[in-house]
Design a protein around this ligand. Sequence first.
Ligand SMILES: O=C(O)CCCC[C@@H]1SC[C@@H]2NC(=O)N[C@@H]21
Length: 270
Amino acid sequence: MAFSLGPRAASAGYRLAVFDRIGSTNTEALVRARTGETGPIWLVTAEQTAGRGRRQRSWISPRGNLASSVLEVIDTSPAVAATLSFAAGLALEAALQAVSLEARMRSPVSEKVTFHLKWPNDVLAGGRKLAGILLEAEVVARDRLAVVVGIGTNVVAAPEGMPYPAVALRDLGIDIGAEDLFRALTEAWAEFRAIWDMGRGFGEIRRLWLDRAAGVGQQVSVQSGQSMVSGLFDTIDKNGCLIVATSDGTRVAVSAGDVYFGTAASVGAT
Ligand SMILES: O=C(O)CCCC[C@@H]1SC[C@@H]2NC(=O)N[C@@H]21
């Protein structure tokens, strides 16, 4: 089976570049944006050899997993563009739901799996990391912003030896191909990208995201650089910052960091 766009993505004007093997779809998208590509375009590869994750980590994506990026060149500020990653989380969760349902219809013995979104932009299944999102933005010609949203999903294999628990769809009994998930993702992206509407729809995206979020109202610790803030995960604000209500009654807004659920900072980070 080959990678293809869903009908809604195609009619919304998205194009597609498919690779058999590439270093990083995010890097390729940024290189293209610097040399005149204006998008919107999806880049997808069967195998990624130098994938990048958040916070300068590497991202392992062997053949069979899904590594893809969407490039949009838009007139908005980096702060507004950053909120697009929440729309990406919602799109990925919707795509995962859709393909899991199809897999269960083919093989009714497999159990229903619930996916949750973890701030800022991971997808968890049963508390384990299934997918990650890396949003990168760069000002290109004529002061327009190239926004690349890279989405990696463990379809057939989860990386081993990570500092957090990881899982693949196959481990969960969800037997689908990366091509099926990609097609569903392009459809869901077109839907949530339209709701986001250059940041005007972030209120709605925020509401939908909070409905599917892991750990709201629970104890979290958030590590941001050298500092750690602990308290209750209250909400996310209109900029997508995580709001932590600390025991001294203050509400701290965190714009970037790693979330650890519970009180022990040594478990649960993705
Ligand atoms: O959780 C993370 O740290 C984010 C991982 C993002 C990985 C994807 S795979 C496709 C795209 N290309 C990359 O090099 N990274 C992203």
